[in-house]
Design a protein around this ligand. Structure first.
Ligand SMILES: Nc1ncnc2c1ncn2[C@@H]1O[C@H](COP(=O)(O)OP(=O)(O)OP(=O)(O)O)[C@@H](O)[C@H]1O
Ligand SMILES: [Mg+2]
Length: 334
């Protein structure tokens, strides 16, 4: 075994759509180490959610074709039998979705859902599981956790539901936690509390975290590494310092507001969210042949950028974790 919690290799997802096949994830490779947090950033539609749904077998087979490898603690999630995958979800991998209602059962109380999750993966009495459930709800900042256990999801606010989903995901101390805009809708105090809780789990259990967000403040605060997605590809990845302070790809520089012609400059040097890059991302049914960012790139060259896809290669030669980018124009990085 490699010692990684998760190793994703050449992950590809093609979706059947009314407009023809959509190549939504196109050869994604990355690893998540024990205790490590990998932030995934990129504009809406870049394939962030689909790429993690694919890992856990949560895309319906009749619309999605998933290929590649995704090895979680030595087992390939993509070739696993559905029963095994159901066992693995929970202690193996917990996920917090963008929309909390997709993961809550509307006809079961919060307590029942949490208790079932806790008991499904461990030999715990009902009473002990209920106590653990109430503790967890308290830890994610839910007021009056005992009462919340007896409520149905629709009786809770959106923010409370989201915290319930986070509690469910954390209830089994998973080896891998996938958080898809998990704290975006929560206020900053609750967000900080949840981040603390997750960091505690990482320290105790070595949980690897994939954190999908648009919030650069959160990325800078919690990520060890950052992966920038565009058009279903990783266009740049590296340590949080490399990517945020020395972005190499024109797209990353645009998102960070670091390329004046490409994005609105940061106000007073504060970049709380990803900047807006002018233009629109490519449709996954009609990806460009060369560099995926070519049609919007302000520093593009001609024939090579248009026709040849730049490979994701290591840039610079410093020691430490690799910094990679897929662009023909790294030499122009400031
Ligand atoms: N069920 C589906 N059927 C067809 N196309 C889909 C489906 N789900 C997602 N897509 C398409 O796949 C692409 C990637 O979507 P995805 O939800 O992964 O983006 P994202 O990066 O998570 O965006 P956001 O930041 O808005 O959450 C988009 O073009 C989207 O329209
Ligand atoms: Mg998404």
């Amino acid at each position: 075994m490699s010692g990684q919690v998760l190793e994703v290799e050449d992950l590809r997802v093609r979706l059947r759509t009314p407009r023809g096949p959509a190549d939504v994830v196109n050869g994604l490779s990355y690893t998540v180490g024990p205790g490590e947090t990998v932030a995934v950033v990129g504009e809406s539609g870049s394939g962030k959610s689909v790429s993690v749904l694919a890992l856990l077998g949560l895309l319906p087979a009749r619309v999605a074709t998933v290929t590649g490898r995704a090895v979680l603690q030595g087992e390939d999630l993509l070739t696993m039998k559905p029963e095994r995958l159901r066992q693995v979800r929970g202690p193996g991998a917990g996920m917090v979705f963008q929309d909390p209602m997709t993961s809550l059962n509307p006809v079961l109380t919060v307590g029942r859902q949490l208790v079932e999750g806790i008991r499904a993966h461990g030999d715990v009495s009902k009473a002990a599981a209920r106590r653990r459930a109430a503790d967890l709800l308290g830890e994610v900042g839910l007021p009056d956790p005992e009462r919340a256990l007896d409520r149905y999801p629709h009786e809770l606010s959106g923010g409370m539901r989201q915290r319930v989903v986070i509690a469910i995901a954390l209830s089994n101390s998973p080896a891998l936690l996938i958080a898809d805009e998990a704290t975006t809708a929560l206020d900053v105090t609750v967000q900080a509390q949840i981040i603390d809780l997750i960091e505690g789990l990482q320290a105790d259990r070595g949980t690897g975290v994939i954190w999908i967000t648009h919030d650069l403040g959160v990325v800078a605060g919690i990520a060890d590494r950052v992966l920038v997605m565009y058009g279903g590809r990783c266009v740049e990845d590296g340590t949080v310092d490399d990517v945020l302070e020395r972005p190499a790809h024109p797209y990353t520089r645009g998102l960070l507001g670091a390329l004046p012609d490409l994005a609105q400059p940061a106000v007073d040097g504060v970049v709380p969210d990803l900047a807006t890059v002018p233009g629109t991302p490519p449709a996954p049914t009609d990806l460009p042949e060369g560099c995926v960012f070519w049609p919007r790139c302000p520093v593009r060259g001609d024939a090579r950028c248009e026709h040849e896809q730049p490979p994701l290669v290591q840039i610079g030669s410093g020691p430490g974790l690799p910094h990679r980018a897929a662009t023909w124009c790294t030499e122009e990085a400031p």
